[in-house]
Write a new protein. Sequence first.
Lengths: 257, 83
Amino acid sequence: MRPDAPIARAPRGLDESAVTLERNPGRAVAALVSRVDSSVYSTDVMESRASDVDWVGPRAVAHDAVLSWASESGGVVPFPMFTVFASAESVRAMLREREAVLDGLLERVAPCQEWTVRLFRLDDRATAALGLTSPAIAELAERAQGAAPGQRYLLERKADELRGVELRRVGAESAREAFEALSALGERAVRDALPAAPSGARPAGVAVLDASFLVRRDRVDPFRAAAGELAARLEPRGLRVELSGPWPPYHFVRDDA
Amino acid sequence: MTDDALELTGDDRLVLGDLLNHVLDKGIVISGDVTIAVADIDLIRVGLGVYITAIQSELDHAAARERATPDADVPVLHHPRGV
């Protein structure tokens, strides 16, 4: 943050600790800091508990609350959760060494918010939509209905195969369409890697896009309207749009973003 | 807060998963005398598939609830508190 940030109004940090600003006199950037017990936040403890949602959850909420406040109170360059320095002096040394980079990043992200859009393919609905829009699949399904059992099995398998190809195509095309439409309204945009598709029932759908956008505050309304239009356009194809934000610029403070 | 408000809804679990996806391995990475621990878990699956129990006792529920705004074209899953 900038050293003149209204730190007295910051929410509480990790474990309800006070959040302070660590700074070097006369410098352009300062660090938001919570003091923590080094035995509780040692590398070993953090790594062993990193997948324990009961432990991580409330800390993630506190971390995000402080950064969300900071993002709306002059701007912030987020560090990943669990970035722990050995001493206040090591924080100040990092600020001195990285001042030019941090200053440039702060300048870039301060006028913006991060918004995240995910796109899910709901296969039941997308398949139903394909039946209407893909003549080849509709024809195969019709032929299968009237065929003898052996022939029907083959035709149904062929229809399934074609349906899988078509579903993937619809997902990929919709993801590209969504990313391009929303990128036009953001300063920057990134696509995150998608998780491997889980086996079994997928009521939440298959994720086909996980993208974040750095959006200027004065363009947030058009961005949200565009997400709404996208949802209306893609829903009949069996896709669901999920929008979340505003976030601090978590995705946009690395050199490649 | 009513009793049933303590029960996490599907949306609350999604919101927590979304939050973890943002805070755990994003942000500027630096080196030096700094310890960085990043969860080696498939984070998006926390949001989409894992039934998270017992969070409600610790989690600031208000921060994690869905707060769709009336004028939103698409429901917004996350809204920071304190802003």
